[in-house]
Design a protein around this ligand. Structure first.
Ligand SMILES: [Zn+2]
Length: 646
């Protein structure tokens, strides 16, 4: 039975992170499904929010000299901004520091203690004393070290409350055996089932070593473990504590969307908590994959974290949303590349969709004075296809297969473009006897566009609206029901003004601009120093190979204000090195100087010249710009070239 209540949640985002493509992905996917379901007549609630407790927040606040509450009040705003940026249609935004949530968590905790499902025991685990955090064995560094700071971990024991998770495992297995869609996609379902069958231990749900969290009711030296706290947000937002009617309305329709890394919390721990509470289990939990960037793992140290704010600014919101949901089968891992995004903008958006709109409106304007003609029958192949596309989109959306839904829509758009080529309206327009045929063609094209806007609306709400505006329709596609669409109803409409939906991006110019920007950044990097670097070990330092060298040639690089192209002699070989020291020396001053060269730096191209090393210099900087600079040299300048510096 298909209940018409749809309650979709993103995970609550941990505020100690900065919003990146992963957050944007989940939020966009939830938004698209929420908008789609609304257009299908569902009553929808879309919840997102922030996870604000835990050691990392406490530590970060201490470092800034402010209270954790002040810190989270400030930084949770970045995630609200992300919602606004993405045009997310969320109905609620919950924070775990809100009263409604804290009270719910405490009430649930108390209830579980009372019924014997939470009990006191001793927790023991590997602990990093300086970081004040337990490290699970699965994420320990080599030789039982802390993955964050590399220091050795110590075994620590403390009193802790435990949730009797083990007790309810058989019930959960039974539920999943009957509800194969409760965990999606299938690969995650299998993963969860085998995990459950291997047994689940009772879970430690409180800490005495942590202060920033929700206190255990009646035993305030304990703070409730952050994951136990966080999961409950889905229930606190719909009135578990004080609005049973509201809860009973929304809860049976609950669906969680998560990244695949947090699936055990959502498909094991959370349902076990719900069983213990006597609450029904989520209808569906969908785990999506991760993004790599240009084929590489995304990480802060690589500096390749995709910033959604930057992407939207550069390419526009709807193309970004479209790309996220079209590029990769939802559930799989995907690769983000700006080049691929530009490719989609040019082919799918500018060429297929944009051209269909342009050509159609132009013809209606020139052949029919801007008024959509009517005709006796609508029974074109397009009209037949439209019913089939709606069905295909629906079954894809029910599986969260956004890419499949969009593929179906683009097949339809492609068919409409082909319909123009086949019917050749420009020929029909020249022949008075073909007037009825021309009406038929134009009306069918107009209807194809009117429907296309509805079909793309969940993923590209603004674009859909812009299409309808150009078609002369005042209402917004996202506020329209799919069921109300009737092929032919657009007859008699007066079209609006035309504008280009998606300007084509000149790939060559785009590549050139990117390359130039990269060079600028590299040049800036080459001349910049950072005040404080993280601590390194002697072994790290030993990996830097430095040797005595002599500058033998110095040339200008015409395109660069800062760089010289130098030839340096290491005794055993000569190399080309680019050095950002032009402002401080003339070429004559440099030739003959003995310097220290880092010899095992990865070669980089700077302003078109490959640089094979770096000359060491000391400088005084102001606002990132060197005010004075001097080159390092060995005290005895007659040291043999190539001598190792250590
Ligand atoms: Zn540590």
């Amino acid at each position: 039975m298909d209940s018409k209540v749809f309650y979709i949640t993103t995970p609550i985002y941990y505020v100690n992170d900065i919003p990146h493509i992963g957050h944007a992905y989940t939020t966009t996917a939830c938004d698209a499904i929420a908008r789609y379901k609304r257009m299908k007549g569902y009553e929808v609630k879309f919840l997102t929010g922030t996870d604000e407790h835990g050691q990392k927040i406490q530590t970060a606040a201490e470092a800034k000299g402010i209270s954790p509450q002040e810190l989270v009040d400030r930084i949770h705003l970045k995630f609200r901004e992300l919602c606004t940026l993405l045009n997310a249609s969320n109905d609620d935004f919950i924070r775990t520091t809100e009263e409604r949530h804290i009270k719910t968590v405490q009430a649930i905790f108390a209830k579980l203690i009372e019924q014997g499902d939470i009990y006191k025991g001793t927790y023991s685990g590997y602990y990093c004393i300086p970081d004040e955090t337990y490290v699970p064995e699965s994420s320990m560094g080599p030789n039982k070290t802390c993955p964050d700071c590399g220091r050795p971990l110590t075994i620590m024991e403390e009193e802790s409350y435990f949730f009797r998770a083990s007790k309810y495992v058989p019930q959960l297995i039974e539920y999943y055996e009957k509800h194969a869609k409760a965990v999606m996609p299938r690969i995650r379902y299998n993963e969860i089932m085998s995990f459950l069958k291997s047994g689940v231990r009772d879970q430690s749900v409180s800490r005495t070593t942590l202060k920033w969290g929700i206190p255990v009711p009646g035993d305030e030296k304990h703070v409730i473990y952050v994951w136990f706290d966080a999961l409950i947000n889905y229930a606190s937002a719909v009135g578990w504590l004080d609005d049973p009617e509201k809860f009973a309305h929304w809860w049976p329709g609950v669906r969680h969307m998560v990244g695949k890394d947090i699936i055990r919390f959502h498909c094991v721990i959370w349902p076990l908590m719900l069983i213990a509470l006597g609450v029904s289990l989520p209808t569906e939990v969908f785990a999506h994959g991760w993004w790599t960037v240009d084929g590489e793992k995304m990480s802060k140290t690589r500096g390749n974290v995709v910033d959604p704010f930057k992407m939207v600014k550069e390419y526009g919101l709807d193309p970004f949303r479209y790309f996220l949901l079209r590029e990769v089968p939802f559930g799989n891992d995907g690769d983000f590349s700006e080049l691929a995004l530009v490719g989609r903008i040019n082919s799918d958006l500018a060429n297929d969709l944009g051209n269909l709109l342009n050509r159609t409106l132009q013809m209606i304007r020139s052949y029919r004075g801007g008024i959509v003609p009517s005709c006796g029958e609508y029974d074109s192949e397009l009209c037949t296809m439209s019913a089939n596309i709606l069905e295909r989109v629906d079954s894809a959306m029910n599986e969260y297969a956004f890419d499949e839904a969009l593929k179906a829509v683009w097949e339809f758009i492609g068919r409409a473009n082909k319909f123009i080529d086949e019917t050749m309206p420009w020929k029909l327009a020249k022949d008075e006897s073909q007037s009825a045929r021309l009406d038929f063609v134009l009306l069918n094209l107009y209807e194809a566009l009117r429907l296309s806007a509805l079909l793309v609306a969940p993923v590209m709400p603004d674009t859909a609206k812009r299409i309808w505006t150009q078609l002369g329709i005042n209402s917004a596609p996202v506020e329209t029901q799919y069921d109300s669409f009737k092929w032919g109803n657009g007859a008699g409409n007066t079209i609006g003004e035309s504008e280009v939906l998606f300007p084509r991006i000149d790939i060559e110019a785009w590549k050139k601009a990117k390359e130039e920007k990269k060079l600028q950044e590299e040049a800036a990097k080459a001349t910049a120093t950072i005040e404080h670097e993280p601590e390194i070990s002697i072994d790290d330092f030993k990996t830097v190979e430095m040797r005595v060298a002599r500058i033998t040639k110095c040339e200008e690089i015409p395109r660069s204000k800062k760089l010289y192209k130098l030839e340096v002699d290491l005794g055993y070989e000569k190399r080309t090195v680019c050095s950002g020291i032009k402002a401080f020396f003339t070429p004559d001053e440099l030739v003959g100087k003995t310097v220290i060269l880092v010899t095992n730096l990865k070669p980089v191209k700077l302003c078109g010249v490959e640089s094979n090393g770096m000359i060491l210099a000391a400088s005084v900087k102001k606002d990132g710009v060197s005010e004075s600079l001097t080159l390092l040299k060995p005290e005895d300048e007659n040291m043999p070239l190539g001598s190792r510096v250590s």
